[in-house]
Design a protein around this ligand. Structure first.
Ligand SMILES: C[S@@+](CC[C@H](N)C(=O)[O-])C[C@H]1O[C@@H](n2cnc3c(N)ncnc32)[C@H](O)[C@@H]1O
Length: 417
């Protein structure tokens, strides 16, 4: 019986609040967060066990159950709109506050806003077992109780005194990465998570976390992402996992869910997409396919290469909604003693249509040339191996906002060193 109950326990997650925001969590029976933790919070499914950590008082409140999957703006006005990624909760029984919560979570290798596996969830649930219930009965309550009114116990438990917690260590939970905070992005692996994203054997495959970062920074769940040069489908896989709608095209589709299309004419209405991502050829260095219209057959040492890419840029601009973002990944070329600033050339074309949000430096990893032999050649023959790519983040101007930018005056803060 106990075994069966334990198996039915779903994953858990710890949400956070402060003294200021706690009251609304309880009165609305709603947990919420901002974009920083949205990727984890939005993974909450109906039935998950949830806990609320007050960061100021260091108290962990539990146990709550998610009564729906996480959604955006279940109550748009909650917390003045600051925490739009939300989940509706119900208390499972009387809510018990536990002191020294940060230390407890550390002991159990549980991080807030990081989906806990079942083992960690059960460990935490065990700590919340009411003293008058045996484990079997407690798991039965956890799985069955519904419609319990919120009641917070007056007794704050001190977990350090509970013998059974002292030596407990769970497997570290599988952590979701945080959004990149600087303009230097370095992803050691092409993919992440338990399922592959794209095909890491595909020539010029994009690092999946690069797309993940764009998706979480510039779109919300349900938004439409378009990749006109989709290659092995990395964008499709990332977007599906993150709850975005997605359309991937390629001149030579590598799998059935990619639509065959020349990106110089995208078959979508004007102002339709919420994000466009392009990882285009960088010249004629890679053979993607035999298709005669592959832009990867044109040398980036010729103007024709940029002229053709400009047709793609114009289409991306047309299909994007106003104020929305295009991410374009590209690298420079050095071949046979000739350097070509492909990135700068392309950027000039992009800047004709878009305003610049950011230029990100992407560390190149897994390159065939990243071997001792090539490193030696680079030193001996006085050239450099390509160490980075550019990610141009460009916005389709929104006329109203553009006016505001013209008037702005920056007051710099000079920090003491
Ligand atoms: C660098 S790869 C994209 C890699 C992809 N993001 C991935 O992760 O697998 C560039 C892609 O552009 C495609 N391509 C080249 N010319 C094209 C065109 N005219 N229209 C559409 N796709 C094109 C190639 O077939 C190739 O798959």
């Amino acid at each position: 019986m106990l075994k069966l109950s334990r198996k039915s326990i779903k994953q858990g997650q710890v949400f956070a609040c402060t003294d200021k925001s706690q009251n609304e969590c309880f009165t609305r029976l709603l947990f919420g967060t901002n974009r920083t933790y949205a990727p984890a919070a939005m993974r909450v499914k109906q039935g998950d066990s949830l806990f609320l950590l007050n960061l100021d008082s260091d108290i962990l409140y539990g146990v709550f159950r998610a009564i729906s999957s996480a959604k955006m703006n279940i109550e748009p006005e909650a917390w003045g709109g600051r925490y739009p990624y939300q989940v509706r909760v119900e208390p499972i029984s009387k809510i018990i506050p536990i002191k020294n919560a940060k230390k407890l979570l550390k002991t159990l290798s549980i991080k807030r806003y990081s989906p806990m596996n079942r083992r960690a969830t059960i460990k935490l649930l065990e700590i919340y077992r009411p003293k008058n219930l045996g484990m079997d009965k407690w798991f039965k309550v956890l799985l069955e109780a519904q419609g319990v009114k919120l009641e917070i116990s007056n007794e704050t438990r001190s977990w350090g005194l509970l013998g059974e917690v002292k030596q407990v260590k769970t497997e570290p939970a599988k952590e979701l990465p945080l959004l990149e905070a600087t303009t230097l992005w370095d992803f050691p692996r092409q993919s992440y998570g338990s399922s592959p994203k794209g095909n890491n054997k595909y020539p010029g495959v994009t690092p999946a976390l690069l797309i993940w970062n764009l998706v979480w920074r510039y779109t919300d769940p349900g938004d439409l992402v378009v990749d006109p040069m989709c290659g092995s489908g990395t964008t499709i896989d990332v977007c599906k996992e993150e709850g975005r709608r997605v359309i991937g095209y390629d001149i030579a589709p590598a799998r059935p869910d990619i639509i065959q299309n020349d990106s110089r004419k995208i078959p979508l209405p004007t102002e339709h997409a919420d994000l466009v991502f392009v990882d285009s050829p960088y010249g004629d260095n890679i053979k993607y396919s035999d298709h005669p219209d592959c832009i990867g057959k044109i040398s980036s040492e010729t103007v024709a290469f940029y002229d053709e890419l400009e047709k793609v840029i114009a289409e991306c601009h047309r299909v994007l909604k106003k104020g929305k973002v295009l991410g374009w990944l590209i690298g420079d070329q050095w071949v046979k003693k000739q350097f070509t600033p492909v990135g700068f050339e392309l950027y000039q074309r992009l800047a004709k249509y878009f305003e610049t949000v950011e230029i990100i430096c992407i560390v190149r990893r897994g390159q065939a040339s990243h071997t001792g032999l090539w490193y030696n050649r680079a030193r001996r023959f006085n050239f450099f191996l390509r160490g980075f790519k550019y990610l141009f983040i460009m916005r389709k101007p929104d006329v109203k906002k553009a006016k505001k930018v013209e008037q702005r005056k920056v007051e710099w803060t000079n920090y003491e060193r």
